[in-house]
Design a binder for this molecule. Structure first.
Ligand code: HEC
Ligand code: HEC
Length: 215
């Protein structure tokens, strides 16, 4: 039987579409082995880090974890600790470890009572006059992110890490080549770069405090 050109085209489109998803689906069991051998020392048991500079990964969506690991591996996300570690990971290992961390549950942290109210107001409402959108619109009311879009979950993250991250976006230091310092490309980095530039240091601290207590 002859396949009609139209049918062939849609078949090809289907194959092309399914490739990224096929890559993204990892094996959480294999990922657990990787994580316990290579990542646990910094990212903690089940991805719950106990060091404020090292982000928790528990419950982060797999699409975001994979994307960030590829950016570290390419030297596009500026971090000398993660760069050599990510260099050793195959595409399959990245998908596996992402599937493992996505299935874990974040535990522990609470907001700082001194700044939580200001953080909550800005997180939920934004500030229209200064062009700051509500964080809820993309990261969700409970900081769960948007897994379908690959937007990261924020909840229960160490405030110290979140402040550092917002500063990196604001200073255009998150996506520069790890060795040359030249600007690099990321799919979504510009979104946060624009927003973070509009936040004062106090606001970054307050937002990070509120986020640390979110579940
Ligand atoms: C020696 C400590 C260390 C080890 C080991 C380590 N990491 Fe990291 N990781 C970090 C630090 C520090 C950061 C924050 C980088 C930054 O500030 O940009 C990070 C960031 C990340 C991020 C980005 C998180 C985010 O919210 O953007 C991912 C994903 C990640 N690591 C995955 C892994 C995986 C998977 C492994 C094991 C293969 C691993 N890490 C091993 C220290 C470590
Ligand atoms: C229009 C959608 C959008 C809005 C609004 C938004 N974000 Fe984001 N945010 C993103 C995306 C997409 C990323 C991932 C960017 C990348 O690839 O580096 C991100 C990343 C982050 C990260 C880094 C997470 C990590 O683990 O590395 C933090 C922290 C963050 N956003 C905080 C905020 C805060 C606080 C607000 C409100 C002031 C906010 N975002 C508003 C879309 C948004």
């Amino acid at each position: 039987m002859l396949i009609k050109p139209r049918a062939l085209l849609s078949l090809l489109a289907l194959v092309a579409l399914s490739v990224p998803f096929a890559q993204a689906r990892g094996n959480a069991e294999a990922g657990a082995e990787q994580a316990n051998a290579l990542c646990i020392a910094c990212h903690g048991v089940n991805g719950n880090s106990v060091v404020a500079e090292w982000p928790s990964l528990a419950g982060q969506n797999a699409a975001y974890i994979s994307e960030q690991l590829r950016l570290f591996r390419a030297g596009h996300r500026n971090n000398m600790v993660m760069y050599p570690l990510a260099l050793g990971l195959t595409d399959e290992a990245i998908a596996d470890v992402a599937a493992y961390y996505a299935a874990q549950t974040p535990t522990g942290l609470e907001a700082d009572p001194a700044t939580v109210a200001a953080g909550e107001a800005l997180y939920r409402g934004g500030e229209r006059e200064r062009g700051i959108p509500s964080c809820t619109s993309c990261h969700g009311p409970a900081g769960l992110g948007n897994p379908a879009a690959g937007y990261p979950a924020l909840r229960a993250q160490h405030a110290t890490y979140t402040v550092k991250t917002l500063q990196d976006y604001a200073n255009d230091q998150r996506y520069v080549n790890v060795t040359t310092g030249e600007p690099t490309r990321s799919r979504n980095g510009h979104i946060m770069s624009v927003i973070a530039k509009r936040l004062t240091e106090e606001e970054k601290v307050a937002l990070a405090s509120y986020i640390q207590g979110l579940r």
